[in-house]
Design a protein around this ligand. Structure first.
Ligand SMILES: [Zn+2]
Ligand SMILES: [Zn+2]
Length: 281
């Protein structure tokens, strides 16, 4: 039943109405199983998916409520990473929803219960800045040599440069769509073995879908719409620089930080969104 729901969920291409369908299906499934003690792991999973659905449509109050329900069902046998993720999502929902006190409590809870991971520390700092206060214990500086930090470093060791001591926050992999970090990330299978494609990480299938639609479709090694260096393109639909509309250009490179392509047009370089470029075949 859950896998059936997930199939529905995975067929979503990002439209609001399809997300609403997914939410309805998850809610129906939840109504059937929520009182079944034996199914609590599945209930947690469904609630978490509901939370992610609501996050994706920007309803942070509903997202937070579902994550909070999932949290209340977690027990000592629940996977630690899952608990950490749920608690972190609650903190983010509260922050997005303007409940700074609540968000601060949850960010601290994650730090205290699951180790000081840096996106959470950033959350604590960010909120304290907004509230103009400093609780004293936070922020604690991450120390590389304590036991707790050692396990964190092990977790992230493939991201840490060998001879430099950069902070984990700087080197941590984050979701390419929502920038969440410190949780297990999914890789795009389409470009996992491609040297030239930028590496892509996602916190969830939902983020992968949104990112695909707006960005990754144009950079993924397995995509027909991919724009590679040297590709000729025609510019269209620019609002701020309409003088370039209809002009031909050449792809120079993809600028991951900006989510735009560097395009050469009449010896000038412009940073353009892929939506404004049409491949010339
Ligand atoms: Zn994400
Ligand atoms: Zn890809």
């Amino acid at each position: 039943m859950l896998s059936e729901c997930n199939n529905v969920f995975e067929s979503i291409e990002g439209s609001l109405s399809k997300r609403m369908v997914a939410i309805k299906k998850y809610q129906a499934l939840l109504a059937m199983i929520q009182n079944d003690k034996r199914a609590s792991e599945v209930v947690i999973d469904v609630l978490r998916h509901l939370g992610i659905c609501y996050l994706n449509i920007g309803n942070y109050a509903a997202a937070g409520a579902n994550f909070a329900s999932a949290w209340s069902l977690c027990s000592t046998s629940t996977q630690k990473d899952l608990k950490k993720d749920i608690a972190y999502q609650i903190a983010q929902c509260k922050e997005e929803d303007g409940d700074l006190e609540g968000a601060l409590d949850w960010y601290k809870l994650v730090c205290d219960s699951f180790g000081m991971f840096s996106t959470c520390l950033e959350g604590v700092r960010r909120i304290e800045r907004k509230m103009g206060k400093n609780s004293g214990i936070f922020p604690r500086q991450p120390k590389i040599n304590t036991r707790k930090e050692e396990s964190l470093v092990n977790e992230f060791q493939d991201m840490l440069p060998t001879n430099e001591k950069r902070s984990i926050a700087e080197t941590m992999k984050r979701c390419d769509h929502c920038s969440r970090g410190g949780i297990k990330l999914l890789l795009c299978k389409g470009c996992a073995n491609d040297q030239e494609a930028p590496s892509t990480n996602y916190c969830s299938k939902e983020c992968q879908k949104s990112h695909w639609k707006n960005v990754h479709k144009y950079t993924c090694a397995c995509s027909k719409a991919r724009l590679i260096t040297g590709q000729k393109v025609k510019v269209h639909s620019l609002d701020k620089s309409p003088q370039y509309n209809g002009k031909d250009g050449k792809i120079v490179t993809y600028m991951k930080e900006k989510g735009r392509f560097k395009v050469e047009i009449e010896n000038k370089f412009l940073a353009l969104k892929p939506q404004n470029l049409k491949k010339i075949v």
